[in-house]
Design a protein around this ligand. Structure first.
Ligand SMILES: [Zn+2]
Ligand SMILES: [Zn+2]
Length: 181
């Protein structure tokens, strides 16, 4: 069976990768494997904004995808941007193989607060479910507690539960039941 590959882009705490692996294993019935870490691609840095272009990271992930990869999820600690948005918690190909999640704005320290590991873990889990959900064809959900609801700031991430609502969860189950993956 084709696998879901996890890969760190730049320096990422080992613990965070473990949390993410556990979250993915809970929801996605497929082998989960790690790829060796990748460096932040040259040219991704946008000096004007002091952020990194998400598209460049997505491209690199696609180029490094193993042949048997069903999904490749990149995890980074740098702040991501796309031209139309001031920042991104993550980005995914809709119904496609590549996704990336940034931990940068999930750290309490980003907001000038003391670190809170359990909160970082929860936020990372929610964002991983969100971006991987998109890769499996899930769209944004109106239920603010669902992992698939759109979060444009950290309070909205914190309002989510660490799971999909019944509707989104059922869609995933059906997807795997049809053995498309
Ligand atoms: Zn989304
Ligand atoms: Zn939902």
């Amino acid at each position: 069976m084709n696998g879901l590959y996890l890969v760190a882009i730049g320096g990422v705490p080992a613990k965070a990768l473990e949390w993410i692996e556990n979250t993915a294993a809970e929801w996605f019935p497929m082998p989960i494997r790690r790829l060796p870490p990748l460096s932040i691609p040259e040219g991704a840095y946008d000096a004007k904004r002091g952020q990194y272009q998400s598209v460049e990271l997505m491209k690199m992930l696609a180029q490094n995808a193993p042949r048997d990869a069903s999904r490749v999820l990149g995890v980074t600690d740098v702040d991501l941007e796309i031209p139309m948005l001031s920042f991104l918690f993550g980005q995914a190909q809709f119904d496609g193989p590549i996704a990336v999640v940034s931990l940068c704005r999930l750290h309490q320290e980003f907001y000038g607060l003391p670190p809170e590991e359990s909160l970082l873990r929860e936020r990372a889990a929610k964002e991983v479910l969100h971006e991987l959900g998109h890769t499996f064809g899930l769209v944004h959900c109106a239920d603010s507690k669902c992992a698939m609801s759109l979060a444009t700031h950290i309070e909205l991430v914190d309002a989510k539960a660490e799971q999909y609502c019944t509707h989104c969860g059922m869609q995933l189950v059906q997807r795997f039941a049809s053995r498309e993956e």
